[in-house]
Ligand binder design. Structure first.
Ligand code: ZN
Length: 331
């Protein structure tokens, strides 16, 4: 089960690499709910992200997310600053991503901040920095007010807390929903103690399909096409769609280079001239096609060689394959 999931995630991230140009280390924008969930379920931030992304993560915390985390912390009376919460990892593990949304760089709403980083331009939705969003549903409302429930004030407070929790939940869902509308945003979230990588959203999927069919290239950067080509050339992982692509290439690809190689190995000692061999080739065209081509080249060269016996090996860099028939002819 776990192996199956990691394979699925590896494949998914590979598609983000091919289609949108994602690269390791993957930049992950983590939000306050995500950090709390990771802590509550006793996960370790980096290893958990690494397992989920099947690659090296680089988690980042925006200034606005940090402000949101600190805003809900009690103030330390001695320093007059909020206590650093347990669920906030040190900056060595989770560095700050500086963001500035206004003249005095004061923090804004966390969700607005994250969405502005995921898609900086307002007219075209595009995740050009290749961020991954890591989020979670907010921590359920704490029940420490239970004792006070009997009093009217306590009940009212409880209702306020519930309203707040509901608003927070709606906001978290809204973040995810809006992130899905931006093509090329992988979304990680914590769902009941499991870190999940969402399947590609419909807008992302549409672009992926477009790239695969080579039909439309909306939202594609040059980089992405290059990397796609490079990956295709390198012949990477075994993937259904990729295999299909490769097969198509094989079928129509020209093969002059690959045809010369077998010439060496399939060399037949008894062959004398180009002509009889050609006939042979016509009988078994598929296997000997390579040889046929080689002979076509060898025949005219052999003629020339008859006039310049001594030099026959030197000017001809074509390989031993072309020489051998000439030897036979000389004898
Ligand atoms: Zn911000």
């Amino acid at each position: 089960m776990r192996a199956k999931r990691s394979k699925k995630y590896r494949k998914l991230m590979h598609q983000y690499e091919l289609t949108f140009g994602f690269r390791e280390p993957y930049q992950v924008l983590v939000d306050s709910n995500f950090l709390r969930a990771v802590h509550n379920f006793k996960m370790e931030l980096i290893p958990a992200l690494e397992r989920t992304l099947q690659g090296k993560p680089k988690p980042l915390l925006t200034k606005c997310s940090l402000a949101a985390i600190m805003a809900s912390q009690p103030i330390n009376p001695r320093t007059n600053n909020p206590y650093r919460p347990d669920h906030l990892p040190p900056p060595t593990i989770l560095p700050l991503r500086h963001c500035s949304h206004n003249a005095d760089s004061s923090p804004i709403d966390e969700v607005a901040c994250l969405l502005s980083l995921l898609s900086p331009s307002t007219d075209t939705k595009k995740n050009k920095e290749h961020y991954i969003l890591a989020t979670a549903d907010p921590h359920p409302a704490e029940k420490k007010d239970k004792a006070a429930e009997s009093s009217a004030a306590g009940r009212k407070r409880k209702r306020d807390v519930e309203d707040k929790a509901e608003a927070a939940l709606r906001k978290a869902r809204d973040l995810r929903r809006q992130a899905r509308s931006i093509p090329g945003v992988p979304i990680i979230y914590v769902k009941r103690s499991v870190m999940v990588l969402e399947p590609m959203s419909d807008p992302s999927d549409a672009i992926r399909e477009g790239v695969e069919q080579g039909k439309f290239r909306v939202g594609l950067t040059d980089k992405a096409t290059k990397t796609e080509r490079a990956a295709a050339a390198a012949g990477g992982a075994a993937e259904g769609e990729k295999k299909k692509k490769k097969d198509l290439k094989k079928a129509k690809a020209p093969n002059p280079l690959s045809m010369k190689k077998p010439k060496k190995r399939v060399q037949e000692p008894g062959v004398k001239a180009g002509k009889p061999k050609r006939e042979e080739n016509e009988e078994k065209p598929t296997e000997k096609e390579a040889e046929g081509d080689g002979d076509g080249e060898a025949a005219p060269k052999a003629k020339r060689r008859r006039r310049h016996h001594n030099r026959r090996a030197k000017p001809d860099g074509d390989g031993e394959g072309a020489e051998a028939p000439a030897d036979v002819m000389d004898d």
